[in-house]
Design a protein around this ligand. Structure first.
Ligand SMILES: Cc1cc2nc3c(=O)[nH]c(=O)nc-3n(C[C@H](O)[C@H](O)[C@H](O)COP(=O)(O)OP(=O)(O)OC[C@H]3O[C@@H](n4cnc5c(N)ncnc54)[C@H](O)[C@@H]3O)c2cc1C
Length: 508
């Protein structure tokens, strides 16, 4: 085929997508820099004092007893304030800026991705709760986490979406239409009754709250997606098995079982009825931007655009952990009468590994800029709200604002701003960058583990050298938060195919 046969103009990337970090210059608050350094410093101390001394021993223990639950570490992370660090001050948290979370996860994962996940998954739950923009529930649940820090009883949040017959399919609305889901939420007077199972739920057994995604109509799940906040101990809800998995062993992957489990209206984060309310409210303003399917997709994109930046942080951490071990080995090992580090080929391998870490990090940084300008973080990182949150005394949020946060009108206002206020191209930019970071960083993570093992030879396969653990941990990063194949398709869908309306992303 010749160039003429192919025809048409050469495709060009969108200038807005190319210049996200440039646009962020000057638009984001300067206070974020100092705050991020402080968060990183705190994370480093936690790694030195808690994570590194325990990571390998815990991995060995869990190999022998996969049912062991690392409560002691969760309590330690709670004491260190890690579960409230990134909750807004509005809801009683410490209010660190959310882009700093990826850096913190990188620090933790450089020593142990499993322990990093004990912290990171909690914020996946927080992101899911936030994506519903149900301010009343956000206030209630996040304040319980804050209280849990005060009284030493950790209150974690998990996300439960994966089902025995549906993993990839429930992460994409286009695939959801044909997904074989079985977790049903039936509308009854005063709430929903749930029946079904969820599997591979990280931190399941350790969490107090579970953001449960279920469906009103199992034949058409995309038309009736429901998100419910389920508290551990609710009648009809129990825990099933804990998976015996290859890596990230510190973080349990749990089965959740629902049998005629009644969830009252006050715990409904989001269901199709909210759209009807928004439709009524918007009828004077020219109607809504999207239909029900469009809003369901938007909620999913809101969650994955932030959570995949978190996986970018984990993956950069694992890439860095492998690099640090390889560097240490090269400095300490002699080969042919010289230290390994003095061999040119070894320096090339180490430079390649350093590059992988740096590019993985850049991918999540750019994604977080996109989230800060166009996605979930934009409301908190807009300079007036950022400085208001920083400067107001805490008592103002804890006492004066409480009636406002509990008022239903506040939820409507937030939904209006955050759902209606986000354009399609902004969803595509944040979600496309998040997918890029997720698969690029996790591929770099696994690659660095392989390079470290090649450099270290037989020494690298020893458990005490930590690299074989990094390798087992890193593989899982290519699977969860949407497999890397799905994320490649999502990038194509968001950042390329939008210019070719005739293309479908997924095969029929
Ligand atoms: C350690 C771990 C922790 C997890 N934690 C959570 C959690 O906290 N909460 C939660 O809800 N879930 C969690 N999960 C589940 C995770 O999100 C799913 O494993 C993931 O979405 C992939 O789904 P699957 O495993 O069912 O793979 P499948 O969907 O069965 O996919 C199998 C293969 O087919 C490919 N494939 C599938 N569909 C398509 C398509 N349309 N086009 C191209 N290729 C396709 C996939 O890329 C993959 O290679 C976790 C999983 C793991 C391993």
């Amino acid at each position: 085929m010749t160039r003429e046969d192919v025809g048409g103009e050469i495709w060009q990337p969108n200038l807005e997508d190319m210049t996200v970090s440039l646009q962020a210059l000057g638009r984001l608050p300067r206070g974020m820099v100092k705050e991020t350094r402080k968060a990183l410093d705190h994370a480093r101390r936690f790694v030195d004092e808690v994570v590194r001394p325990r990571a390998l021993e815990l991995d060995r223990l869990l190999q022998e007893d996969p049912l062991h639950l690392p409560w002691d570490l969760v309590e330690e992370a709670n004491r260190w304030g890690l579960y409230t660090m990134f909750l807004p001050r509005l809801f009683g948290g410490k209010g660190y800026n959310l882009p700093a979370l990826s850096y913190v996860l990188e620090e933790l994962a450089s020593a142990c991705t499993g322990i990093a996940n004990l912290v990171g998954v909690h914020y996946l739950g927080v992101a899911t709760l936030t994506a519903s923009w149900n301010v009343r529930l956000m206030n209630r649940i996040m304040r319980e986490t804050v209280e849990g820090e005060r009284n030493g009883r950790p209150c974690l949040i998990s996300l439960a979406i994966t089902e025995p017959e549906a993993g990839t399919d429930v992460e994409e609305v286009e695939l959801l239409k044909r997904a074989r889901v079985t977790c049903r939420a039936e509308r009854v007077r005063g709430g929903y009754v749930v029946n079904g199972r969820k599997i591979f739920i990280s931190n399941g057994h350790l969490s107090t709250w579970h953001m449960l995604v279920a469906y009103e109509d199992l034949e058409h799940p995309e038309k009736g997606t429901v998100m419910l906040a389920v508290r551990t101990g609710t009648k009809g809800f129990s825990f099933g098995r804990v998976e015996h998995k290859m890596g990230q062993k510190a973080c349990p992957a749990s089965e959740l079982v629902f049998e005629d489990c009644f969830i009252p209206d006050e715990n409904v984060c989001f269901d199709p009825s909210y759209l009807r309310k928004m439709e009524r409210a918007s009828s004077y303003l020219g109607g809504l931007r999207r239909d029900l399917e469009g809003y369901t997709a938007q909620v999913i994109h809101y969650v994955v655009s932030t959570s995949r930046a978190g996986v970018g942080g984990f993956a950069t951490g694992v890439a860095r952990g492998a690099f640090q071990e390889a560097l240490r080995f090269a400095l300490q090992t002699e080969l042919g009468g010289r230290r390994l580090i003095e061999h040119e080929w070894a320096r090339c391998v180490l430079a390649e590994m350093y590059k992988n870490v740096a590019l993985a990090r850049l991918s999540y940084v750019e994604t977080n800029y996109a989230n800060s300008l166009y996605g979930m973080f934009r409301i908190l990182l807009w300079k007036p709200t950022y400085y208001l949150m920083k400067l107001m005394p805490q008592v103002f949020f804890d006492r004066v604002l409480q009636p406002v946060l509990r008022w239903e009108g506040t939820t409507h206002l937030f939904r209006w701003l955050m759902m209606e206020g986000q354009k399609d191209e902004e969803i595509q930019r944040t979600s496309g960058w998040a997918s890029l970071s997720k698969f690029a960083a996790s591929d770099f993570g696994l690659r660095n583990c392989q390079l470290a093992l090649e450099l270290m030879g037989r020494s690298g396969v020893r458990h005490e050298m930590a690299v074989e653990k990094h390798l087992r941990d890193s593989k899982l990063l290519q699977i969860y938060e949407g497999t890397n194949q799905l994320n490649r398709l999502n990038l194509f869908h968001c950042l390329v195919a939008r210019d070719f309306p005739e293309l479908r992303t997924f095969d029929e």
